[in-house]
Design a protein around this ligand. Structure first.
Ligand SMILES: [Zn+2]
Length: 460
């Protein structure tokens, strides 16, 4: 069952409110009963020995604009160094091209169809949904978050399980890393689970000049250095016709934002090494969705399709003690696999309600199979809002794309391959039907949250 161990619950789950020592003693005998997972003879980690976790989500970060994912421009030297100590999942798929929908899948290991948290309907993540944070908190981890607010505002319910969930009102990652390291300086004497989120690579693109110069040398067009949301709206409504070099200029500004974010990531990693925390910390670096630059009709935009430029995200996992360092996994994986991977690595049981599964068997070559990814657009009133993706095929809006010969997803082959279409449809139905569907209450953004949402282009 889906439940929240941090709040009052009736019935058999009340033992979560017992003293932690009693809880630990009960652990080995009751986890199979409670979580419905396979027997786990090990007790949970003692505080002194457990690794820490830092889960980093860089909003709107395309995987293919990063050096460790093959990009030819110097956007990510610090991340590339981190990748050398990590497992790089080359083919990671997000479950939505928008922020709340996608992050809720990361935290609950449920598809958007099932967790129900949605921006369009202003639907908060249901309190009954279990998050990876709540499991970590129950096991004695100090849990904290620094996020960019907006669709990540705590009113949408992603704060479940966090001891604190701060929204510093900052777009740049350095303004998230700074309070995070300040908190680490005074952290409690127990392992921590820290979530960091930034909108630095989300529009508007306003990179520091020193980073824009790295990528934009020679641009002589009329667009400003800072690419505003209003300008992108005009371009996408075809009220502003791009001249030669303008699209490249916009992409340059996006790349410069990545480089600025990357510098802050480097500061965080340097801090962890200075404080002797690096080896004992599991770092997961990912994004909630990508960004389109003209592949299917819009520029500097997301949330409107389920094509790969919006679904392929980075997923880099640095294990404690740099285990599996340098491994590159080519099998397709999904954002819902992050939560179970974290819990398995921490020695904690994976709740049966989670729909993803541990990625470590792919990292140590016990498995090699790809995992089918179901994604959904956050469009309340629209039809055809789902996609199903395997390494070979993508089904979206009734169209079938052969990704081996048509990676740009331009040619519909559905009429030629009805069997594949039917198989993918069944996989979608099975994936959604395999878990309960939750629906949280509606919320009304106010005050600073409204301002953040307007600045990010979610509201006009
Ligand atoms: Zn986002």
């Amino acid at each position: 069952m889906c439940y929240d161990p941090g709040r009052s619950r009736p019935g058999a789950l009340a033992f979560f409110f017992l003293d932690m020592r009693v809880w630990i003693l009960l652990w080995a005998s009751l986890t199979g009963l409670l979580w419905g997972c396979s027997a786990k003879p090990e007790p949970p980690p003692q505080s002194a020995d457990a690794p820490n976790v830092i889960l980093i989500s860089i909003d709107t970060l395309r995987a293919d604009h990063l050096g460790c994912y093959g990009y030819g421009r110097p956007t990510s030297p610090e991340l590339d160094r981190l990748c050398e100590d990590s497992v790089v999942f080359a083919d990671a798929i997000a479950h939505a091209p928008s922020t709340l929908h996608s992050h809720a899948s990361i935290f609950t290991s449920l598809l958007p169809h099932n967790h129900g948290a949605a921006w369009q309907g202003k639907t908060r993540l249901a309190d009954e949904c279990l998050t990876v944070t709540e499991v970590a908190q129950s096991a004695g981890f100090a849990t904290g978050a620094f996020t960019g607010g907006g669709q990540m505002d705590k009113i949408f319910g992603l704060d479940q399980g966090f001891d604190f969930y701060e929204q510093p009102g900052a777009k740049d990652f350095r303004d998230i890393v700074r309070p995070a390291t300040a908190w680490l300086d005074r952290r409690p004497d127990k392992p921590f689970f820290l979530f960091l989120h930034t909108y630095e690579t989300h529009h508007p693109y306003e990179p520091p000049a020193r980073f824009l110069e790295l990528f934009d040398e020679g641009y002589e067009g009329e667009l400003p250095d800072e690419i505003s949301v209003d300008l992108l709206r005009e371009i996408n409504r075809e009220e502003h016709v791009l001249a030669e070099g303008d699209l490249e200029h916009i992409v340059n500004a996006y790349d410069a934002e990545i480089r600025s974010m990357d510098e802050a990531l480097g500061r965080l990693v340097a801090y962890l090494k200075e404080q002797d925390l690096y080896d004992d910390t599991m770092i997961v670096f990912t994004s909630d969705h990508g960004e389109e630059f003209g592949e299917h009709g819009k520029i500097g935009w997301h949330s409107h399709t389920l094509f790969d430029e919006l679904l392929k995200v980075p997923l880099v996992v640095k294990y404690p003690a740099q285990e599996h360092a340098g491994t590159k996994v080519s099998a397709q994986v999904r954002s819902i696999d992050i939560a179970p991977t974290l819990l398995e690595a921490l020695g904690l049981p994976v709740p049966e309600v989670f729909s993803g599964s541990d990625l470590t068997p792919l990292a140590d070559a016990r498995q090699s199979e790809s995992r089918t990814a179901v994604s959904r657009m956050d469009r309340q009133a629209s039809k055809d809002v789902d996609s199903v993706r395997t390494p070979d095929w993508k089904l979206f809006r009734g169209q079938l794309f052969d990704l081996n010969v048509d990676p740009e997803e331009l040619w519909d082959t559905a009429l030629n391959r009805p069997g594949v279409v039917e198989q993918l449809r069944l996989e979608l139905e099975d994936a959604v039907a395999s878990r309960e569907r939750y629906s949280g209450p509606q919320v009304v953004p106010k005050g600073a949250t409204l301002d953040e949402l307007k600045a990010l282009g979610y509201l006009q």
